[in-house]
Design a protein around this ligand. Structure first.
Ligand code: NAD
Ligand code: TYD
Length: 356
């Protein structure tokens, strides 16, 4: 049994689906169901005996302690976070609450549980904290990619709160010997990505005939990784990672935003041409830049490659096409997310299940 937090979000739900498909081990999924949590992502697991969903907050020590006591997981994987940079600029308070205080409370509940285990289980237990490359700040064009030794220089409220959570996790290992692992990953894309983020927003706006808003000059660079590759890296770190270590995860896929949007347009031009025969690129619109916009992120993933033999499966071209095909095949999911009706899913489909 493992406990996953934030398993109804973008990466968490991909992780949960892959885990259940590939393992016989049951999973408790603790998620607060903020705007970013969508149980519709997990509709295929309804009534699955290996998926126990509990709506709740990582900061709720009583609830977390009760779950740990009841299910005795061998590992906790912490995906739960406020994760959207633009939202953190407009309202940082929720980010402090979940990413800093929530992680602190989760660590304390987990520490208490871990200390109560017998020697064999204590030795086997792992707390895996899922973090981001944004804690390292921004790179200039000529600078080498982020290694695990790179100084923490977070620039947005989101990145600062994730950096803070990483420090707490590190300290809980150093001070209390909690067996932690931390992963810092680059930008993910793929199925179930909430359409406030660049790639899904562009796909959905393009199909809806709306403008494709590019911040500033569109020359900012992100290092994109297909979400299923991130999930496989997390499984690898959980199974083989060395306690107390940090692993950078990335796909060696640096792309300028404008190029990403042009690629999306070209794939859509092929798969679902506009009625007037013109390219979706005609919908591109340059808008005001994000305040404090980080110029470039790039991950040096050589440690996980050398030490744990992990490699991504998708190239950016193959992953992006898969992603676009997924959105084209799921108009209902898009409609429910854009109309907000996904928030009713829990009432309609999970009313009688425990914990909800
Ligand atoms: P997301 O915003 O899509 O999902 C976050 C999930 O956490 C949601 O289901 C939400 O309901 C839940 N949640 C929020 N606050 C909670 C709380 N207090 N208690 C319990 N659940 C809570 O985020 P994501 O993109 O899936 O990212 C998951 C993790 O991976 C985050 O920690 C993020 O920092 C990290 N990460 C994301 C990316 C990326 O590109 N998306 C890249 C690297 C790292
Ligand atoms: P985003 O998906 O929000 O991820 P992050 O800020 O965590 O990197 O944004 C990815 C890049 O795309 C980032 O440089 C901001 C840019 N962007 C746009 O140009 N237009 C948009 O509408 C959005 C949402 C993002």
């Amino acid at each position: 049994m493992i406990l996953v937090t934030g398993g109804a979000g973008f990466i968490g739900s991909n992780f949960v689906l892959d885990w259940i498909a590939q393992s016989d081990e049951a999973l408790i999924n603790l998620d607060k169901l903020t705007y970013a949590g969508n149980l519709e992502n997990l509709a295929s697991l309804k009534n699955h005996p290996h998926h126990i969903f509990v709506q709740g907050d990582i900061a709720d020590r009583n609830l977390v302690s009760q779950l740990l006591e009841q299910y005795q997981p061998r590992a906790v994987i912490n995906f739960a976070a406020e994760s959207h940079v633009d939202r953190s600029i407009h309202g940082p308070a929720d980010f402090i609450q979940t990413n800093v205080l929530g992680t602190f409370n989760l660590l304390e509940s987990v520490r208490e549980y871990w200390q109560s285990l017998d020697d064999a289980k204590r030795l086997q237990f792992r707390f895996l904290h899922v973090s981001t490359d944004e804690v390292y700040g921004s790179l200039q064009a000529h600078e080498p990619a982020f290694t695990e030794q790179h100084m923490y220089q977070p620039n947005s409220p989101y990145a600062a709160t994730k950096a803070s959570s990483d420090h707490l996790v590190r300290a809980w290992h150093h001070t209390y010997q909690l067996p932690v692992l931390t992963t810092n990953c680059s930008n993910n894309y793929g199925p179930f990505h909430f359409p406030e983020k660049l790639i899904p927003l562009m796909i959905i706006n393009a199909l809806a005939g709306k403008p494709l808003p590019i911040y500033g000059d569109g020359q900012q660079i992100r290092d994109w990784l297909y979400v299923k590759d991130h999930c496989s890296a997390i499984r690898t770190v959980l199974a083989q990672g060395k306690v107390g270590e940090t692993y950078n995860i990335g796909g060696c896929n640096e792309q300028a935003n404008i190029e990403v949007v042009k690629m999306i347009c070209s794939i859509l031009d092929e798969l679902q041409p506009r009625a007037d025969g013109r390219s979706y690129q005609t919908q591109i619109s340059f808008v005001a830049d994000r305040p404090g916009h980080d110029k470039r992120y790039a991950i040096d993933a050589s440690k996980i490659r050398h030490d744990l033999a992990w490699l991504p499966k998708e190239t950016f071209a193959s992953g992006l096409e898969k992603t676009i095909r997924w959105y084209l095949a799921h108009p209902d999911w898009i409609e429910h997310v854009t109309s907000g009706s996904y928030r009713d899913w829990i009432k309609q489909h999970y009313q009688n299940e425990s914990g909800v």
